[in-house]
Design a protein around this ligand. Structure first.
Ligand code: FES
Length: 581
């Protein structure tokens, strides 16, 4: 039954008379809260949202020709009938059915289909086309949904399928961002996901896709055999054979811990491969599964092994062989690991600080002997690895700014590798993986020139400002280049004045996100956040965050173009008019 002319019926609303539209060919009308552009073109009436989906320009100011409406701001073109765009960076504009009833135009603004499905589709388009603004808008639209891991799942699915080289920096950044969400202020969380997804889209753009390898046919092989084969195939750089072992182990029902055990053994069979990146990627893949579950294990874990097989091995690197053959020292130490661990059973170790100091010194043989001794004295695998991670953080906390700028990355690689090994040992402790802790110590040793001279660790001078003042001073400080020591000093002052870890982590997260994404800085801040949760805000935790703040300060400010895209998306999301300034 029809209602009054101004009423509504099943979503239909009377918006204008046909006569009014006929006079001008174009009208702007209101349908509830929605502003529509009505267009009479070649005898047909069309209704579309009046707001250009790209950046909000009024589409009633556009030009219609041959059934296509062109927006006058950035010239995006839309099919009048469907609202679909020919310029994918602009997004489709909602189009609505129109009915002519006794000379009156009725429009139905009730949208068909699931709103959530449309948002997911927009995110997929943004990822596929590497469109940051589309990604940002889709993340903001999904934020309100009761599915906080939705964008992360979409990114994981996209990234693991579409890059032949498999797991790389993009998926690592995305996982870092997902990991950091709880430490960030609520309004920074969608921004973190947007940055992670944009980094992923950027990395995948133009890459050949990946086609998954199927598991071995028939009854499942036993996991131990598959682990042996995996390591054997990685050894001879046979990436397909290695991948088939991984997918077959999953098919045979391997648990997440068993998968971690086999992959982390394979990634540490050679010394510090690709400066630690494959080990960090492996750790991140398991952290990704912690967020989304084993349903994603096959794509996430199989796409790691190409990186294992292709990696540079430090056995091939001059600095690891001459003048001291670190590989030979390490292999001798590996032989002694079982005996050292057995001797330490039931004992309690207290030599953490002394060992960290020794790792930073100039004697790799003494370091390895001290690490074995620590195990004999009762150090657990995790305690030993955590000590190396701390030493790696101290390298950065004491990195002197007279070094070459690129060497920040050298120190960073050792720290994040050590962190990855430590987290791996927490997940799936094994003698094989413990080798990685010794490798990490050798890498920290090799970085010793970065502390010559060493920057002084900031210490309380008795005149510290209140914690809130130190915290509040950080954003302005990092608007200027190379405030490395000053940034470390503010973090130390904050904790010396009794500040709690939470606000400092939120601040470091905010300062990270306002800069353009940078893989290593993201790795640094995320690993430091992980570490302080394990260490607490005592002296060691302070040192780790001093290192993170110094690293961040060395890489700030950037041009902050990512932030500009994010602000545009957020203003559009709030319905603000960008074209009016
Ligand atoms: S093309 Fe319409 S606002 Fe950019």
């Amino acid at each position: 039954m029809k209602t009054t002319l101004n009423g509504t019926e099943n979503g239909w609303q009377r918006v204008a008379s046909y006569g009014e539209l006929e006079k001008t060919g174009q009208l702007t009308v209101q349908a509830g809260e929605q502003t529509l552009a009505l267009v009479l073109h070649e005898g047909q009436v069309f209704a579309i949202d009046n707001r250009c989906p790209h950046m909000g320009f009024p589409l009633d100011r556009g030009t219609v020709r041959d059934g296509i409406l062109t927006c006058h701001w950035h010239h995006a073109r839309f099919d009048l009938a469907s609202g679909g765009t020919f310029d994918l960076w602009a997004d489709d504009v909602p189009a609505f059915p129109v009915d002519l009833r006794e000379g009156e135009l009725w429009v139905n603004t009730r949208q068909n289909g699931s709103r959530h499905a449309r948002q997911c589709e927009r995110l997929e388009v943004g990822l596929e086309r590497n469109l940051s603004l589309v990604i940002a808008k889709a993340v903001l639209l999904q934020e309100a949904q009761d599915d906080p891991a939705g964008p992360f799942r979409a990114g994981l699915t996209f990234g693991t399928r579409n890059r032949l080289d498999g797991w790389g920096q993009g998926l690592t950044i995305l996982t870092c961002m997902q990991n950091m969400l709880p430490q960030l202020e609520a309004d920074e969380r969608p921004r973190a996901l947007y940055q992670g997804l944009s980094a992923l889209a950027n990395e995948v753009s133009g890459e050949p896709p990946r086609f998954a390898i199927r598991p071995l046919p028939g009854a499942g092989r036993d996991i131990e055999t598959l682990k042996v084969w995996l390591r054997q195939f990685v050894e001879v750089r046979d990436e397909q054979g290695a991948e088939r072992c991984v997918i077959s182990a999953l098919e045979a029902g391997a648990t997440r811990q068993q998968m971690a055990d086999m992959l982390l053994a394979a990634v540490t069979d050679h010394r510090y491969i690709d400066v630690g990146h494959p080990a960090d990627f492996t750790n991140k893949a398991f952290e990704a599964l912690d967020h989304v579950g084993d349903e994603y294990a096959a794509p996430a874990l199989t796409c790691l092994v190409r990186g294992f097989a292709q990696a540079t091995r430090m056995e091939e690197d001059n600095a690891w062989r001459y003048p001291i053959d670190l590989v030979e020292l390490l292999e001798a130490a590996f032989e002694l690991l079982p005996e050292a661990l057995a001797a330490g059973q039931g004992k309690t170790w207290t030599g953490r600080i002394a060992l960290a100091a020794l790792i930073l010194e100039d004697d790799p043989a003494a370091t390895l002997e001290a690490m074995l001794e620590a195990l004999r004295e009762g150090a657990t695998m995790v305690e030993l690895a955590s000590t190396v991670t701390y030493a790696g953080a101290l390298r950065i906390a004491r990195f002197h700014t007279s070094n070459e700028f690129g060497d920040w990355d050298t120190a960073l690689h050792s720290f994040t590798f050590a962190n990855a090994i430590e987290q791996g040992l927490r997940r799936a402790p094994s003698l094989e993986l413990l080798r990685g802790a010794l490798d990490a110590a050798m890498s920290v040793y090799l970085d010793r020139f970065l502390n010559i001279p060493a920057a002084r660790l900031p210490r309380p001078n008795g005149a510290s400002a209140p914690a809130e003042e130190s915290l509040a001073a950080l954003p302005e400080l990092l608007n200027n280049q190379q405030q490395v020591n000053e940034a470390g000093g503010l973090v130390a002052d904050y904790f010396h004045a009794g500040g709690e870890a939470g606000p400092m982590l939120a601040m470091l997260g905010r300062l990270l996100l306002r800069e353009d994404r940078d893989f290593h800085t993201i790795q640094m801040v995320e690993a430091a956040m992980r570490q302080i949760q394990l260490l607490g805000p005592g002296e060691e935790g302070t040192h780790v965050l001093v290192a993170a703040a110094r690293y961040l300060a060395a890489h700030a400010p950037t041009v902050r173009a990512q932030g500009q895209t994010w602000r545009v998306a957020r203003r559009l999301h709030r319905g603000e008019s960008l074209f009016e300034g």
